[in-house]
Design a protein around this ligand. Sequence first.
Ligand SMILES: [Zn+2]
Length: 661
Amino acid sequence: MAYPQITFIHTTITPNTLLGQRRQAASANTLQYQLDVLKKTGRYDAFKLEWHPIYDRTPEVWPIPDHLFWDSDVAKWIEGACYFLQQQAMPEISQAVDELVSMIRSAQQSDGYLNIHYTVVEPGKRFTNLKDMHELYNCGHLIEAALAHKALYGNDQLLSTICSYVDLLCNTFGPGPGQTHGYPGHPEIELALLRLYEQTQVERYLSLARYFITERGNLTGCDGRHYFDVEAERRGADPNMKPAFYPEPRSLWYHQAHASIAEQQTIEGHSVRAMYLLTSVADLFRLEEGHSDLEAATYRLWNNMVNQKMYSTGGIGAIKQWEGFGLDYFLPQGTAEGGCYSETCAAIGVMMLAQRLLQTDLDGRFTDIMELCLYNAVLTAMSIDGKKFTYVNQLASSVKDLSERDDWFTVACCPPNMLRLLGTIGGYIWSFDTDSDNRTAQIDVHLYVGAKLVFDCGQSQVILEQETNWPLSGDVRFKLHSETIDVAIRLRIPGWAKSWKITPQLPGADLNKGYVTITSHWLKQNPDFTLSVAFEPRILFSHPLSNTNTVTIARGPVVYCVEDIDNDWVQDHFASVLLSPACEIAEKHIQGSDMGDSYVALTVTKGASLLDASAREATPFLSEDGLMAGKALQDLTFVPYYFRANRGGRGQMRVGLKKAT
Ligand SMILES: [Zn+2]
């Protein structure tokens, strides 16, 4: 299995590239900054199992206590820290990892149980609300932390502790007569269990993951009824008390538990849950035979998500209330238009799922989405200095929701998820494999990033280097070093690329599902070669079935936005700016801005206009057209969406602009 969490150590990312700089910010600032926040907020010491004043607080979002995710906040920080420590020594960070691990170990109960809330705040009530209380979700993150810890330090200090807890879960949950026929409301433990199985080869971990996945949505799984109904009744829950985030009472689809996964026709509910769940499903059908129905469902749900429910940035989740999917083609850009959530974790989840699917079906349609998410919905969520974050990534600001970042969040899932992703991003760039005789190797290049891949093939070493400043430009120089091994390469050609070429010329360069094959024979003659993909601004139109009627500018994999700092006349968050699809766009390469980033700014010199003020006074339905012709704007400057909210300003920003007729 090629998990990026394992393979990333083979890749070194060039420091002065966009991803290199973000990783540098993460290791230099984010790790320490998040450690300080963990300490300041009480999370750091929470595994000491002492009372904290926050435990008395009325929850911000009833019925979820504000501290409920603390286990996972700590676990994700440990996991992210261990990834960065693999490639860089940081004594203070390492010492904090050690201390946290010993606190986690000391928090374990005699039967293996390990959870802050149900040990300190509600002892005796463990496993009574799997649907809402994130108990198993927290365990999933502890498993992932333990795996990262083991990979770094080579010892079982954390892993053995977590395995004892998982053993308790294996006894507690399952189809047996004395077992609980339940599964978590928020998936995560499933993908973690499958990773744990891959590492340990302990069959019961695979069995428990399989059980959680295949039992989910069973309408008659518990005494002839849905497990979540039985569980609620058992704990005496008031059926009229609806958690604030539920779309409706029961809301089984919010948890992707309204039908078995194999039977689900459309992607529904909370978007992070959906992505973590489908990632585990993709792992399961890759791991073992007999899940063709799950495989078909995963592709079906992926298609529904990408074709009907995804923003131009790769963001998912139009609905704020349940942090998830809305109706097909319902993709408002911001609060003032009726929605847009696009949580950072959800976009990271799309990348995880795409990476898994690529391993069973090497198809550029997955890679295109993975890259779209990375350079837009994901990277936009962290400031250049790595100290501020977004949780929600709207495509248009409004008076209520400015385009700005926060230091931290009560529910702090997103910032440490950025750490984990940036720590393992090298594992997403390419995948590689060797044959059993160690004579040949295959490298599939998914993302273009200045980076170096090194792996052993028997006694020999294979090295592949990429030299590029992608996503600023589309030229990538490859250098392959392999003395004895026959190496073949498949290069992804982005679906949006209008033209591309390989130099020296590659005879018979055919595309197969978005990848071009380069044979080992050709590579022996041409170990240095270049891929050039044309980068030019292009217009994206909104789907005719959506109500947005916007045009969006993209260049290469990067989606652009307008901000008030470049267009200081704006007063209404660009709501009344009109853009013609036939506009003229000039590029400006900004080298080493004050912030340290180099980027390509775009300026529309002809084709942008401002809606006439009289249109504001008009009724919504007019007897004649004509209001859409506005006053021409001299210049309208765009910057990459990932670059937004880094330079001050008034927080006014927009991605898709009204299409001028
Ligand atoms: Zn999140």
